[in-house]
Design a protein around this ligand. Structure first.
Ligand SMILES: C[S@@+](CC[C@H](N)C(=O)[O-])C[C@H]1O[C@@H](n2cnc3c(N)ncnc32)[C@H](O)[C@@H]1O
Length: 200
């Protein structure tokens, strides 16, 4: 794992960072906040019992909800504290500690890979093309990738577009929200739909 991963840097600087992240979402859930916009979009794209990778799953908010909708979910994240929380809250999912830059799940090909919650902006600088390449290698026939992140957090839309091409992918659609508002010049959030360029 690269020492420059930005999430891991935050954990090193603040050992309570992961616990804070877990409790933040528990509080939002207790307040009745809607935490499932990403899962609703992904679920609408797939038939029942689809194979889904929650890439950079954190404490399992997205993958756990998708499993409740009957999908077969694997979640991968670098942060062992977040994975432990995911295992406790959503035991029906196959949660794993791992680095997306080295993703290697030989037994798995996914109908959809979802990468939500700004994961792309926490990757070690320069590793995004490799991460996207590993996503591409884990797609089933007709599999798709959906990536969402804030484009004002140090990893810009233009760099992402270059990295998508470098990874052998093509962006088939781009929106500014998980409920599919248009992406415009003013947008500061991107929801990008990707497929292997070889299909087109
Ligand atoms: C803001 S959290 C989002 C978590 C989850 N997707 C969500 O929406 O709640 C960002 C996550 O990206 C993970 N992450 C960053 N770089 C990673 C990498 N190279 N491999 C695996 N996970 C990574 C972090 O460990 C962290 O859990």
């Amino acid at each position: 794992m690269s020492a420059k991963n930005l999430w891991e840097q935050q954990r090193l600087a603040n050992p309570g960072h992961s616990a804070w992240y877990i409790s933040r979402f528990q509080e939002m859930r207790a307040e009745g906040r809607d935490l499932h916009g990403e899962a609703r979009l992904v679920d609408a794209m797939l038939p029942r019992k689809s194979r889904i990778l929650d890439a950079g799953c954190g404490p399992g908010r997205v993958g756990g909800e998708l499993a409740r909708h009957g999908h077969d979910v694997v979640g991968v994240d670098l942060d062992d504290e977040l994975i432990a929380a995911a295992q406790q809250d959503h035991p029906m999912v196959d949660w794993r500690v791992g680095d997306l830059a080295e993703l290697d799940l030989p037994q798995h090909r996914f109908d959809l890979i979802v990468c939500a919650g700004n994961v792309m902006t926490f990757l070690a600088p320069g590793t995004a093309p490799g991460v996207l390449t590993r996503f591409c290698a884990h797609l089933a026939d007709n599999g798709r990738i959906v990536v969402g992140f804030g484009t004002n957090r140090g990893y810009e839309r233009e760099q992402f577009s270059e990295d998508v091409i470098a990874a052998g992918l093509v962006e088939t659609n781009a929106f500014s929200t998980w409920d599919l508002r248009p992406f415009t010049a003013e947008s500061d959030f991107l929801v990008s739909f990707l497929e292997p360029a070889a299909r087109y």
